[in-house]
Design a protein around this ligand. Sequence first.
Ligand code: B12
Ligand code: SF4
Length: 508
Amino acid sequence: MIRHHDNAEVLLIQPTMGITGEFALHPPLSLLYVAAGLKKNGFQPIIIDHRVHYDRWQISLLEQLARKPVYVGITVMSGAPIRHSIEVSQFVKQHSRIPVVWGGSLATLAPQDILREPFVDFTVSGSGFSSAWKLAQALQSLASGNDSDTIFDDIPGLGFKRGKDFFFRPRFHGFEHVPYQDIPYDLISDYSVYTQIGSRERIFPIYGAYGCPYQCAFCISPSMYRDYHQKWMPLSPIEIADHIEFLMSRFGATEIYFYDDDSFVNPDHVRAFMTEIKRRGLKPRLSFRGARINEILTMNDAFLDDLADGGTHILHIGIESGSPRILKLFRKGVTVDDILEANRRLARNSRIIAAYNWILGTPSETPDDIAQTIKLITTLLKENPRAFIFQPNKFHPIPGTELASLAERFGYRRPATLQAWIDEECEGEKIEPWYSKKTNSIIRMLQVTSYFIDRKPELLLEAKSAKNSLIKFLMRLYRPIARFRFRYRITAALWEYGVFQAARNRLI
Ligand code: B12
Ligand code: SF4
């Protein structure tokens, strides 16, 4: 039974996200999912997105606090978002007694490191759809005098404090699907503010499938889904097509970004919803952030043509390394030859952008291993003009993953404070104990040059504007230097890294 709460408000905040967040400024799907549960159960969620409404955020927050929301919820990932989330939480505490709740992937990984701080009252690990409204209900009940010890007992994934002790409830087990009709899209009044670097499209992220059955040793997913009965759950083609049709007609969506961990576990799933979209005469652009080399190898030229005909623009593919030893350590289940073959197939297609992810700085990785990655990237770019090289992620152990244990043997100490989690992302300035001086300088060089070695300006900067023309011009100007450094692994006098860090610090 749905209980009504006089539309009590819950304030949900999307913090700023650092450079990676500036590049992909999509509508805040995490908060829309959380808001769906609240709305369905009689609460009135309010979403404020500081990535797009940053100016005078303190004044608007004060106005919201004056309306006495049941709690302030923030969605937080490792890295740069933590800095602003701390600022916001401290501000709430300075100006009110309203409880502060952190949810999202950081709260899933390290709730105890968050709860240690006086400015956070609750954490929600794992799925937040039902936890968010159950917590709101419990807090209302507490405010009306119910101080039972068991008040928080049935809130999945909740972390809370009593005196000096922390308590954690088991996470929600499985995928909490939210039908698109329940996602309260109208809470956001203007979708034109969302964008992606260089793009002209109106992009909406959605899920086409939840979960992932693979076992990559560095990734959070295998430990998240370890004891799930079903590790990958595709949605029905009709539901996906309905969702896309709704977003196109209601909000003018022109591109759909699938946030799935992996969309192609069964490639026929993608074919099925593309067929349905086509049958309806819809022509959205589609991008997928979860694809694997072994999956590309199951697709022939005709299948890739169908993907491109169906509107596929970009496939994010985790290659991670060009060193056979590191690939094995990562449990990627593919060889360098597989990677080359998949890249050639994508090159033959000539319409889809193949965007490759990398990880550098793994314990035991040597400069020779990195040299093999450089060699692989060079070949991929030579053989596929539509290959796109993401800035390599610096390896940071995620608690609970297989590689976290290896990292501990190499001297890894997990971040001791919440602040220390700020550097646990690809651009973070953290030097792990196993980096040699040489490894560190090669990683720095690759972090900068990776932005320039491929054809990013030609592939991504579609919108015609003075700003984009200037970026294109500057990128082309620096490109020969970047390519020279990259190919010959020249790390001396890396003045660009200072410029790069200064630009980054301005953004976070
Ligand atoms: C989109 C995305 C991004 C976007 C962020 C978009 C945005 N919001 O602005 C960008 C590209 C910026 C990004 C960046 C990074 N990301 Co990212 N990203 C994702 C991705 C694909 C989807 C996240 C999402 O929105 N999901 C949709 C919602 C519905 O799910 P959700 O976020 O899990 O939210 C649920 C719960 O967490 C919870 N919840 C969430 N927030 C809240 C808040 C409250 C109050 C409550 C109660 C509950 C709650 O309820 C929600 C509904 O169930 C995930 C992978 C995935 N499939 O989840 C990786 C993922 C979250 N990212 C990851 C990583 C590693 C990164 C980077 C660190 C990578 C890097 N480059 O170094 C950076 C760091 C962030 C930064 N500096 O900005 C990891 C883990 C992150 C971590 N350790 O914190 C993930 C899990 C991918 C993976 N398998 O490795 N990312
Ligand atoms: S395929 Fe992607 S989501 Fe799945 S385990 Fe590997 S890295 Fe994680």
